[in-house]
Design a protein around this ligand. Structure first.
Ligand SMILES: Cc1cc2nc3c(=O)[nH]c(=O)nc-3n(C[C@H](O)[C@H](O)[C@H](O)COP(=O)(O)OP(=O)(O)OC[C@H]3O[C@@H](n4cnc5c(N)ncnc54)[C@H](O)[C@@H]3O)c2cc1C
Ligand code: FES
Ligand code: FES
Length: 1435
């Protein structure tokens, strides 16, 4: 009889025991029980189409099936027809209606695809629930499991889950693409908190869960959001926390000013921890586990139940020639190894069901973990492990290992990633692992099974060996306990030190480290009792650009037996620097080496100083381990004054005024469709079900900057699987033109015709039967290039200048100088000339990549569903490309999963390629661009080089500024001629005396740059700050003073900005400037920062206040309002909902406009309004959603429509009043109007007046940062923003825009490195290398005040824009960082004994960790030790 083995462990005294229970396999599946799910309705069993076994699932329950549940529904798949490389994400999105699971990266790095996986343990009768990334999980591996997606938590039909409702009410969803993943991450955290705490804690009050605020913050730390800036997401999560003070949470729709706590709680969507969703349906519990062991070789996927089976499988596959085979554990490695994602093996062996590989065993010698134990499980075990023999030291070591492991990847990856998988990746493929380093330091052993032999070797030996053979298996690892005993009794006078380190861009993980390290040392007092001796130590380093984690043995040997002193440390560091040398080609090698020094110093230096304290402990035997706080004392300069770090570290405050004058306009109404977005039911382009016969395309792009295309072929003899054709410019039909972008200034081709002009240039579009096949095929394409007799490509702005390769700036955009610069310069007492600033690019990182679906229709017409900010131009492009009249094209856009300018022009070729392919194949064609391709072909923000000369007086007053800017626009014009104007406008935030501006828009052979949120403005604003900072350093004056001295008066503002300056009362910047100073206690905190810097050697703080001025123009836009016979209202605007809340503002305005007829309340009207998708044949002349003003313009358009409707309806109402004498309801009015054949639909074109439609936006921010000068890490302690929204149309939406824009700006200034190869290829092309801000990198205290700046006749109900301008304020963080770095440099100069302080340095953008550290001094530790040694000599 076959038996199932279930294993679990418990601890008996100090001995771990594992139990094996046996269960007969002969459980027969009897009935498909309904899930015990109070929010899930009874569902029919779903038999997946592939299996073609649509009859009784009972009968079909054979050994050859996979059985699992999704949202309570049963799925059964024939194993024989399965492609085992199918991911869960692919299955969910393609084969089920559950579209809440989004593809954001396919790498495990974004969280958009997160689902809950529940597993049932029949022995313990226990369900385990955890999140996983469905993009990495192979479908076969969830056999017997149950999946819950966001729509499974609740939905529009059955009622939303309180998580959805709170996300909505806390305004935590903008474009909504990340939201379902966020909701599932939070749900899992709540569920597990309920489980883990239910026994230990009293039940939480109703409405709350057992989750703590700190856990709530961490719940979503692995999920990316590009829109919100995270603050509202964290608040939504914290609203479930047991320890939250609900009044402390940010602006939300549940609380109103002056509400009591009870009132707020009363409005909070109810959550009852007692009525949890059933995540594992009963019917599945009763089903037997699939047994594939009877003939595993029959299938491509097998899951052996014991070692013997595994070995026999390995042997047989190895015997078969040409059979490719893969061992699968969590399969998360495909997130890193792209090629693995597309590879198909003949055989897959799931190793997670083998007891020897899942063992968890402990005794007095150590702890053994099976290789298939997940990282999460290992953390859980190591955290709770107690070694009764040697209680403090080993338990502490294990806890530190566990806490380091919590920074590996993110929770949803750790939940399936195994420790063995990690070690094998490191061993076989040199993966920059954390695990190997930390395990190496504690002397870990590993067990390997090769064919029929088994061996036990050290991890170090394992790492040094040649790559593990594919037929070998790592079965387990053993972490030995450190022995501090002598003949069984604890040795006095010996102490163990253990510490692990990692320096990475994100403190909570989800980022590979630049270097990691783990040190273990045994120390004791020396004989004279006046020093601490290192008896022996183990120093492991890894991930720094070395093939494997290594021990610095020379340093270990050197330190052994030495008394720790500054001199000894200095020498050890010298040895270490020779050893930690990254391999050639590693980025920031010197930085990585310096980290090794920093960590070694951090570990050992307290020993040179804490002798008294340590010796007491050692002598009286009270210690045999040092905690982190004991290791890092004030004397050593690590001490961080102030209250201890709170458990939850994010907090915020908002000051917001809701306007009631035009209600519901002015209220913080929740975003239209937010709950739908949270549950994942909101439909994005790729969620539209594929029409029958739909084909899929993938771009083939150039890898050469300038070359002739000689041929396109596949790198294999046969056509790759599923490929049906390749579309190139040659497929453009007669009458059509090769156009992919109909721009404002010029058009651009769709496909390179004979010559490619940049890396990323579209060459062709490969068409296949699935997106996966198309993507694989695109990578198999080889382009034959020829560069003979071609000029070298122009890759830099310098090249462009040399070759005079520029785009023309139209005359009306030419810049006129302000004042007389020569005169200004001659009046100057000081001059700085020829200074340079350089900016790189920034990638949009919208969560939804470029996508379109084109469906051929009758009579040579084409319907295109496009994720675009510019349907009108997509429409024109498609028509021109196909050579058909524009009335034959219809472009439909419902919502866009984030745009940020990247879907303004760059969406056009995507739609055009689909349309062209659909035209050629006469079938629907769609594409969803993979993240890498998107990053390479979409361009981004404009890189530029700026040179300036500035003249100023001794009091800091600037008299003249000369600026030269070279903008790298790339190969096509796009919107680049607009950039100079934008730079200039924000640059003019100060009164420069006189200003001259020379700008060139360079045409180069790199991918064309486009309008990314605040295009040009963000650079212009920063240039201004950099100049101010430079002047301040030159004069050694306070920067804030120089800012003040050069502030505009109203008169100078008018001189610089003409009419956009508006009238005097509109110039709110001086008021904002003072307000932000007051609200942030700027002056007081400047003093505190000074004190902090004096008291701390290794951490420096900086604080900075920065203003922003941002010009916008309201553009003309159409709108239509139609009232239907039941009183419901359909609104059409050309503006696209890209997450910025346009629909919400439009709805509010419609309710206000129609409310003027006074038949029912505006709230009642609001509920009747639906803004419908944009359709270019329904509303024409839509132009582009960009420039921050589309919401207000669209709102104005519908207001005009409403006015006309009210005018038409008023006589009807009066007539009814006369007839009935009583009040007239909305429904009565509409019915009567229909009877009278009143035209109930009005469309209009709102024409803005260009002169009055331009205005300036103002804001200011104060940011304070703390820089760890040993690692270069910058923590943003606090940001305070005051921003003028005029009379905000919707303060909730505007607040979201302010915070979101600021955090995106933070990415530009601090984190996002857009790295290109010399040819211009973007190489930071994944979530591994391109790091947008995460929840752990935003300001810890984030305060925003929306200034309500009163009435203005030229604006839409006196409102102002909020979408882009606040992005500029993130420069405050950069400036504060510069201030902190300046302090570090001052200190370094003292140590170096330099009297002359040159403090005018350039802090590049982005100021990443390596950049900051380099400026603080890569050799800062050595200089410090030298200085100390000299001081000693002097005394
Ligand atoms: C987004 C993300 C971020 C990450 N960040 C970090 C990080 O910061 N630090 C860090 O250290 N790691 C990081 N990782 C790596 C992660 O820890 C590994 O992907 C994971 O541990 C691999 O385990 P797995 O079970 O998924 O392996 P799999 O993907 O299943 O297997 C990996 C490879 O090892 C083979 N294999 C697996 N188990 C065995 C075995 N027992 N014997 C022989 N061969 C085996 C497989 O055949 C495969 O070739 C990250 C991963 C992701 C996806
Ligand atoms: S799509 Fe899976 S983590 Fe990004
Ligand atoms: S709302 Fe999070 S990515 Fe758009």
């Amino acid at each position: 009889m076959h038996v199932y083995v279930y294993m679990y462990v418990c601890t008996l005294a100090n001995q771990w025991v594992f139990f094996i229970t046996y269960e007969s396999k002969a459980k027969i599946f009897r009935h498909n029980q309904r899930a015990e799910n109070n929010s899930l309705e009874e569902k029919e069993p779903r038999v997946e189409k592939l299996s073609d076994t649509r009859t009784d699932p009972l009968r079909n329950m054979t050994k050859s099936c996979l059985v699992f549940a999704i949202n309570g529904e049963r799925f059964e798949l024939e194993l024989s027809s399965m492609d085992p490389s199918t991911t869960l994400l692919d299955f969910l999105r393609i084969k089920t209606p559950f579209k809440s699971v989004k593809l954001g990266c396919g790498e495990g790095g974004c969280g958009a695809c997160v689902v809950l996986l529940s597993k049932y343990d029949p022995v313990l009768d226990k369900v385990e629930d955890f999140t996983i990334s469905s993009c990495l999980t192979l479908l076969c591996s969830i056999n017997g499991g149950s999946i819950t997606t966001s729509e499974g938590l609740g939905n529009s039909r059955l009622g939303f889950h309180p998580i959805h409702e709170r996300f909505s009410g806390f305004h935590a969803s903008q474009c909504g693409f990340c939201t379902p993943g966020m909701c599932v991450s939070l749900f899992s955290a709540i569920l597990n908190a309920e489980k883990s705490n239910e026994k230990n804690h009293p039940p939480p009050p109703l409405g709350f869960s057992n989750l703590t605020s700190a856990e709530a913050e961490k719940a979503v730390s692995g999920n990316l959001c590009r829109c919100t800036g995270y603050r509202p997401i964290v608040d939504a999560c914290k609203s479930f926390a047991i320890d939250v003070d609900i009044e402390d949470l940010g602006f939300n729709s549940f609380s109103r000013k002056g509400d009591s706590k009870e009132e707020i709680l009363g409005r909070l969507p109810p959550y009852d921890h007692r009525s949890q969703i059933c995540t594992f349906p009963e019917f599945l519990k009763n089903e037997i586990k699939i047994d594939m062991s009877s003939d595993p070789r029959k299938y491509r996927w097998s899951a052996p139940g014991n070692l013997g089976e595994l070995q026999s499988l390995l042997e047989s596959y190895n015997g078969e020639s040409g059979v490719s085979m893969k061992l699968v554990a969590g399969n998360t490695s495909i997130g890193y190894y792209r090629e693995e994602r597309e590879k198909r093996y003949d055989k897959y062996i799931d190793i997670r069901h083998i007891p020897e590989l899942t063992v968890i065993r402990g005794n007095e010698k150590g702890i053994e973990l099976g290789a298939a134990v997940t990282i999460s499980k290992a953390i859980e075990v190591l955290k709770t492990e107690q070694d009764s023999h040697n209680p403090s030291s080993n338990a502490n070591i294990l806890r530190q290992i566990a806490s380091h492991m919590e920074k590996i990847a993110n929770r949803f990856v750790r939940n399936s990633a195994t420790i063995g998988g990690n070690l094998v990746m490191a061993q076989r493929k040199q993966f920059p692992s954390d695990l190997t380093t930390i395990l190496l330091a504690v002397g870990t052993m590993v067990k390997i099974i090769s064919r029929s032999s088994q061996e036990r070797i050290t991890l170090e030996e394992f790492l040094e060996r040649p790559p593990l053979e594919s037929s070998s298996v790592l079965s387990s690892l053993e972490i030995p306990f450190q022995d501090l005993t002598n003949n069984g009794s604890l040795e006095r006078n010996k102490l163990l030190l253990f510490k692990t380190y990692r320096a990475a861009p994100r403190p909570l993980g989800n980022a590979l480290s630049f270097l990691n390290a783990a040190f273990l040392a045994e120390i004791s007092l020396n004989q004279n009792l006046d020093g601490i001796v290192v008896n022996h130590c183990c120093l492991a380093f890894g991930a720094y650009g070395t093939k494997r984690a290594k021990r610095a043995k020379k340093v270990e040997e050197f330190l052994s037996g030495k008394v720790i002193s500054d001199e000894v440390l200095y020498e050890a560091i010298g040895l270490l620097k020779d050893y930690i040398v990254p391999d050639d080609g590693t980025r920031s090698p010197a930085y990585r080496s310096s980290l090794a020094v920093s960590f070694l110093f951090k570990f050992f230096s307290p020993l040179a100083q804490k002798i008294a304290e340590l010796s007491n402990g050692l002598l009286n035997g009270s210690k045999n381990f040092l905690t982190e706080t004991e290791l890092e004392g004030k004397e050593n300069g690590y001490h961080n004054p102030g209250p201890p770090k709170p458990a939850a570290f994010l907090s915020s405050a908002q000051q917001i005024i809701e306007n009631h004058e035009h209600s519901p306009v002015g209220k913080g109404v929740v975003k239209a469709g937010a709950c739908l977005q949270a549950s994942g039911e909101a439909v994005y382009v790729d969620d539209i079900p594929s029409p029958e016969n739909c084909l899929y395309g993938a771009f083939i792009y150039s890898t050469k900057p300038l070359a002739r295309i000689k041929g396109i072929r596949f790198n294999q003899d046969s056509v790759p699987e599923g490929v049906l054709g390749i579309v190139t410019y040659k497929d453009i039909p007669k009458g059509g033109v090769n156009v992919g972008t109909k721009g404002f200034f010029a058009s651009d081709h769709l496909f390179a015709d004979g010559i490619t002009r940049y890396v990323g240039d579209r060459i062709a579009f490969v068409i296949a039967d699935t997106q996966k096949h198309a993507n694989i095929a695109a990578k198999l394409v080889v382009i034959d290039y020829d560069t003979e007799n071609l000029e070298p490509p122009i890759l830099t702005v310098e090249d462009a200048v040399e070759k005079s390769s520029f785009f023309h700036i139209p005359p009306f955009m030419q810049f006129k100088p302000v004042g007389d610069v020569s005169k200004g310069m001659s009046e100057a007492e000081h001059k700085i000339l020829g200074s340079e600033i350089r900016f790189g690019s920034q990638y949009f990182f919208y969560m939804e990549t470029q996508t379109a679906l084109a469906v051929p229709d009758e009579d040579n017409s084409m319907v295109v569903y496009s994720s675009t900010q510019n349907p009108e131009y997509v429409h024109r492009t498609v028509a021109a490309c196909l050579g058909i009249p524009e009335h034959n094209v219809r472009v439909i856009t419902r919502r866009v999963g984030g745009g940020f300018g990247g879907k303004a022009l760059k969406s056009m070729p995507v739609a055009a390629a689909c349309a062209l392919a659909a035209n050629k194949m006469q079938k629907p064609v769609r594409t969803y661009t993979d993240r890498k391709t998107d990053m390479i072909i979409s361009g981004g923000r404009h890189p530029m080089k700026v040179t300036y000369g500035v003249g100023f007086k001794s009091d800091g007053k600037i008299t003249a500024l000369q600026i030269e800017v070279l903008i790298n626009a790339g190969a096509n014009e796009d919107i680049s001629p607009l950039i100079p104007g934008a730079i200039l406008c924000s640059l003019k935030k100060y009164d420069w005396g006189a200003l001259s501006f020379d700008v060139k828009v360079c045409k180069t052979n790199v991918v064309s740059k486009t309008a990314m949120r605040a295009p040009g403005d963000v650079q212009g604003s920063y240039i201004a700050e950099a100049i101010i900072e430079h002047v301040a350093s030159y004069l050694s004056m306070e920067v804030d003073l120089i800012r003040k001295v050069n502030f505009h008066t109203y008169e100078s503002l008018r001189l610089y900005h003409d009419d956009s300056a508006g009238e005097f009362p509109e110039f709110t910047l001086p008021l904002i400037w003072e307000k932000v100073s007051e609200s942030s206690s700027f002056r007081q905190r400047m003093k505190l920062v000074e004190e902090f810097n004096t008291a701390n050697l290794w951490r420096k703080r900086g604080i900075s206040r920065v203003p922003a001025v941002y010009g916008v123009a309201v553009r003309s836009t159409p709108g239509r309002v139609s009232i239907l016979s039941d009183g419901s209202i359909a609104v059409e605007v050309a503006g696209i909902e890209i997450g910025q809340g346009l629909w919400t503002k439009v709805k509010q305005m419609t309710a206000y406009g129609l409310g003027l007829i006074k038949c029912g309340t505006s709230k009642e009207l609001l509920d009747k309004i639906r803004v419908i998708q944009s359709d270019t044949l329904s509303i024409i002349q839509g132009t582009m959603t960009a420039g921050s003003t589309t919401s207000e313009a669209s709102s104005e358009a519908v207001r005009i429509c409403c006015n006309s409707l009210v005018e038409r309806l008023l006589p009807v109402k009066n007539g009814l009043m006369d007839q009935t004498g009583g009040p007239v309801t909305w429904e009565m009015l509409v019915q009567e109007a229909y009877k009278q054949f009143i035209n109930m639909s009005v469309s209009t074109m709102y024409n803005s007046d260009f002169a009055t439609g331009q205005y300036l936006n103002y804001g200011a921010a104060v940011s304070e940062v703390e820089v760890n000068i040993l690692t270069g890490e910058t923590t943003i302690l606090q940001t305070d923003i005051v921003y003028d929204c005029g009379k905000s149309l919707n303060p909730a939406v505007d607040l979201g825009q302010i915070e979101g824009a600021f955090v995106q700006g933070l990415g530009f200034f601090m984190f996002e490195e857009y790295i290109t190869s010399p040819d211009g290829l973007m190489v930071s092309d994944s979530t591994w290398t391109y790091k947008i801000p995460t929840v752990d990198t935003i300001p810890r205290q984030f305060n925003v005040e929306i200034l309500n700046s009163g009435h203005h006749k030229n604006r839409v109900l006196s409102s102002k824009a909020s979408g882009e301008p606040p992005l500029l304020l993130a420069a405050s963080v950069h400036c504060a960082t510069r201030a902190a770095v300046k302090e570090a440099r001052k200190q370094l100069m003292t140590w170096k004994g330099q009297d002359e302080l040159d403090l005018s340095f350039d802090l590049p953008v982005p100021a990443t960790m390596p950049v900051v550290k380099e400026l603080c001094g890569l050799d800062i530790v050595e200089r410090y030790l030298e200085w100390k040694m000299q001081q000693k000599l002097k005394t």
